[in-house]
Design a protein around this ligand. Sequence first.
Ligand code: S3P
Length: 186
Amino acid sequence: MVRERKEKKSTIFLIGFMGSGKSTLGPILANTIGYQFIDLDVRIEQEQRRKISEIFAQQGEKAFREIEQTMLSAVIKEPKTIISLGGGTITSSTVLEMLKKHGILIYLKSDPEHIYQRLRTKSDRPMLRDENGSLLDEEELKKKISVLLESRKHFYEEADMIIHTDGQRIGVTVDELVKKLSHLID
Ligand code: S3P
């Protein structure tokens, strides 16, 4: 009897809202499974020689999304790699389908309250500012997080794996992922 063999993949994409832990968990998971780690935001800043907040301030969100997609296309072919994406990278069906074909998508799921707690002291997220680029107060920030999360949820939930990270130690999440990934990757 010939058994059908599932094609194994060697690219893992970490997706999820800002502050969900992609950039923290990514390098630890990569180190554990012997993959390299790429943080898409970091690559963009290196290549552009400016901060993401500067790209938004100088050229706006649309231009940032174009830069982001170009960078994604450049790194996507790297073998044995975990790529941490920005919170908004997969908010297009075309990008989502392309990533699903190419690799394994892991959604680090966190609820709005936990996200708020992690982002309330940060000022480097242009998507969490008002239309004039000013910081939001507590109530406005909470509202913005829940509205944005709600509008993106259906993209995130297309992931191959959904991992709830709130209240869980990072080592436990890594162990859980290593087990789940063992049959799926090279
Ligand atoms: C964004 C998330 C950020 C960064 C940019 C836009 C978003 O990345 O790409 O500020 O639209 O959610 P993180 O999710 O790593 O914070």
